[in-house]
Design a protein around this ligand. Structure first.
Ligand SMILES: NC(=O)c1ccc[n+]([C@@H]2O[C@H](COP(=O)([O-])OP(=O)(O)OC[C@H]3O[C@@H](n4cnc5c(N)ncnc54)[C@H](O)[C@@H]3O)[C@@H](O)[C@H]2O)c1
Ligand SMILES: O=c1ccn([C@@H]2O[C@H](COP(=O)(O)OP(=O)(O)O[C@H]3O[C@H](CO)[C@H](O)[C@H](O)[C@H]3O)[C@@H](O)[C@H]2O)c(=O)[nH]1
Length: 329
C-alpha cells in the first residue's frame, strides 16, 4: 500500500513526503511542477509528473499503486492572484479537487487529508483566536475555492466510505531542520521568505505593508507555524483517520501571533544583517490579526508542537535560503 501526496514537489508537500518516509510509509507524488521542483522529491519516491485534473492519470495512480490515503496539497496559493483570476483558482483548487476526489471514491481510497486555510474565516470579528466553529466568510476566491472543497469532502464522506481531515493552516513558515527541503519558489510573497531573502541580499530591500493598524506596533499580527510541526499534525491526522474513521476539521497554528515588525526584528537579529526595510501602504485584503485557536488539534490528535519559537522558524528559513543560493549557483 502507498500514500499519495499531490503537490509533493512543492513547499509543504515536500516536507510531508519526508515525514512519511521517516515514518516508513511508501509514497507516490503527483505534481505538475508549476511551482514545485522535481529535485524537491526524494530520489526513492516515485514522482508522476501530471495534473490532478487529468481524469485518466488520477484514475490510474490510486489503483496501480494501491493508494490507501491521499494528502492533497496541489493547488494555487496566491491570494491577490485569485482576485484577478478567480476562474483559474476555482478550476485549479475546486474543479480539479473534485476530479481527484471522484477518482479516490472510484478506487475505494479510504482516507483523504486536505490542505485548507485560515482564509476560509475571512476577517475574524474579534482579535481573539479563531476557533473552527467561527463564521466562514472567505474574502477572496482563494478562500472560497478552498471552502468549496471542504464542502465537497463533507458531502462525499457522507455518501461514500471515505473519511477526511480538513486542516486549516495559518501562516506556514520555516524549513526542514535537517535541511532536506524548504520554501524554494524564488518569487514567493510570504513575509518570512521575503525577509530572509532581504537578509541574504537576494532583494535590495523589503517592505512593511501598513503601519497604522490598531495593534501595539501598528503592523498586522499572524500566527506563524513551523512547517515541520504542520506536517507532524498531518501524520497524526492520518493515524487518527486510520484508527477511528472520524472526520476532522482543525486549525493548524500555535494560538499566538507576532507582528510584522517583530518578525523583521527577529530576522535581523538571527541573520546579523541590517537590510533595508521600507514602510509602505497597507496591502489590499490584509486582516489586522489572525490567530488560531488550536485547542481542537491539540486535544483530538494529541499534537504537541516542537518548534513554537519564532527564532527557530527564522533560523531554519535562513538556513534553507542560504542552501538555495548554493544550489542556484
Ligand atoms: N504556504 C502557506 O502558508 C499555506 C497556507 C494555507 C494553506 N496552504 C495550502 O497548502 C498547499 C501547499 O501549499 P505550498 O505553500 O506548499 O505551495 P506550493 O506552490 O509550494 O506547492 C503546490 C504544489 O502543487 C503543484 N500543483 C499545483 N497545481 C497542480 C495541479 N493542478 N496538478 C498537479 N500539481 C499541481 C505545484 O507544482 C506545487 O508543487 C496548498 O493547497 C495551499 O493552498 C498553504
Ligand atoms: O513583503 C511582505 C510580505 C508580507 N507582509 C505582511 O506580512 C503579513 C503576512 O503576510 P503573508 O503574505 O506572509 O501571509 P498572509 O497572512 O497574507 O497569507 C497567509 O495566510 C492566509 C490565511 O490567513 C492564507 O492561508 C495564505 O495562503 C497564506 O499565504 C501581512 O500583514 C502582510 O501584509 C509585509 O509586510 N511585507
Amino acid at each position: 500500500m502507498s500514500v499519495l501526496v499531490t503537490g509533493g514537489a512543492g513547499y509543504i508537500g515536500s516536507h510531508m513526503v519526508w515525514r512519511l518516509l521517516d515514518a516508513g510509509e511508501n509514497v507516490v507524488v503527483i505534481d505538475r511542477l508549476s511551482t514545485g521542483f522535481d529535485w524537491a522529491v526524494p530520489a526513492e519516491v516515485e514522482l508522476v509528473v501530471g495534473d490532478i485534473g487529468d481524469p485518466e492519470l488520477v484514475g490510474k495512480v490510486p489503483r496501480e499503486r494501491g493508494v490507501s490515503a491521499v494528502f492533497h496539497f496541489a493547488g494555487s496559493i496566491v491570494v491577490p492572484e485569485s482576485v484577478t483570476d478567480p476562474l483559474g483558482y476555482y478550476l485549479n483548487n475546486t474543479v480539479k479537487s473534485r476530479a481527484l476526489l471522484e477518482a479516490c471514491v472510484d478506487a475505494g481510497v479510504p482516507h483523504f487529508i486536505f490542505s485548507s486555510t485560515a482564509a476560509v474565516y475571512g476577517t475574524p470579528e474579534t482579535a481573539d483566536p479563531v476557533a473552527e466553529d467561527a463564521a466562514l466568510r472567505p474574502e477572496s476566491p482563494y478562500g472560497t475555492s478552498k471552502l468549496m472543497t471542504e464542502t465537497m469532502l463533507r458531502d462525499t464522506a457522507a455518501a461514500h466510505p471515505l473519511n477526511y481531515a480538513c486542516l486549516r493552516y495559518f501562516n506556514v513558515a520555516g524549513a526542514d531542520p535537517a535541511g532536506r527541503t524548504g520554501q524554494s519558489t524564488p518569487d514567493a510573497t510570504h513575509l518570512i521568505k521575503v525577509a530572509t531573502q532581504a537578509a541574504l541580499s537576494k532583494r535590495p530591500y523589503m517592505q512593511v505593508f501598513g503601519t497604522d493598524y490598531p495593534t501595539p506596533d501598528g503592523t498586522c499580527i499572524r500566527d506563524y507555524i513551523h512547517v515541520t510541526d504542520l506536517v507532524d499534525a498531518h501524520y497524526l491526522a492520518l493515524e487518527h483517520l486510520r484508527a477511528t474513521g472520524e472526520n476532522l476539521t482543525a486549525n493548524c497554528g500555535y494560538g499566538h501571533g507576532h507582528s510584522v515588525l517583530e518578525v523583521v526584528d527577529v530576522v535581523k537579529r538571527v541573520s546579523g544583517s541590517e537590510f533595508e526595510v521600507r514602510m509602505a501602504d497597507r496591502r489590499a485584503g490584509d486582516a489586522v490579526s489572525i490567530v488560531a485557536n488550536s485547542d481542537r488539534i491539540r486535544e483530538r490528535l494529541g499534537w504537541k508542537p516542537h518548534y513554537d519559537d519564532l527564532e527557530k522558524i527564522v533560523t531554519h528559513a535562513l538556513n534553507w535560503e542560504d542552501a538555495l543560493s548554493r544550489r542556484n549557483t
